[in-house]
Design a protein around this ligand. Structure first.
Ligand SMILES: [Zn+2]
Length: 213
């Protein structure tokens, strides 16, 4: 209800029925008592209320949509973060490793060391063999790790050979090397060595940890 803008040349007009009054007091009395004008005022109020409700519902709908959108995006962010973390660059990749003395990685060396280290009747599982490999083959006399896993995921081993050249061994190379020695030594010394993929997994973890720590 608005009566502030209806004063005109000393006359007061009702906004709802346009009746003319000589004073504001009479106009207000009219607005409070005239049935039709009361109805109009009521209708106006209801209309305003409906507008407010409609606006509210529109906003609420918008709010819910945005919230759902944010939730989905947050979920997406979490997925991406997990993916990012899994692909995080490993703190590597210079194989200017702590390799004091070049070390050859061939069957002859591995076999000789096995022969000198194992005794008749020894039984080693994958983990024990990996530990032995780390201490006796991957480590030089100074105790530095020379054969290092530089890519834990792909299980790539690197070492520096006699000519200071970086050599790359894959997990299959390591498996072949150790299996070859195992077959030879099992017959000769009657020892049992368990060699499976777990051996390489364990070895890569061990050398990788040695390298990054
Ligand atoms: Zn009126």
């Amino acid at each position: 209800m608005d009566i502030s803008s209806i004063e005109n040349e000393g006359k007061y007009y009702c906004t709802y029925c346009s009746s003319k009054f000589s004073s504001k007091k009479i106009l207000l009395f009219h607005m409070k008592t005239n049935k039709e004008c009361i109805n109009s005022i009521q209708k106006e109020k209801i209309g305003e209320q409906q507008d407010i409700e409609s606006d509210y519902n529109k906003l609420l709908h918008k709010y819910k949509l945005l919230k759902k959108d944010i939730k989905e995006k947050e979920e997406k962010i979490r997925e991406l973060q997990t993916e990012l973390n899994s692909k995080k660059k490993r703190p590597y990749n210079n194989v200017v490793i702590a390799c004091g003395k070049p070390l050859l990685l061939n069957e002859e060396i591995v076999y000789d060391r096995m022969k000198n280290n194992f005794k008749k009747g020894d039984i080693l599982n994958d983990g024990q063999l990996a530990l032995w490999f780390l201490k006796n083959i991957c480590t030089n006399e100074e105790g530095k790790v020379c054969i290092q896993c530089t890519d834990l995921k792909r299980k790539v081993f690197k070492y520096i050979d006699d000519n200071d050249i970086i050599q790359v061994k894959t997990k299959d190379d390591i498996m072949m090397l150790i299996t070859g020695c195992k077959n030879k030594i099992e017959d000769e010394l009657n020892i049992k060595l368990k060699v499976s993929n777990k051996f390489v997994n364990k070895l890569s973890t061990l050398t990788y940890i040695e390298r990054v720590s």
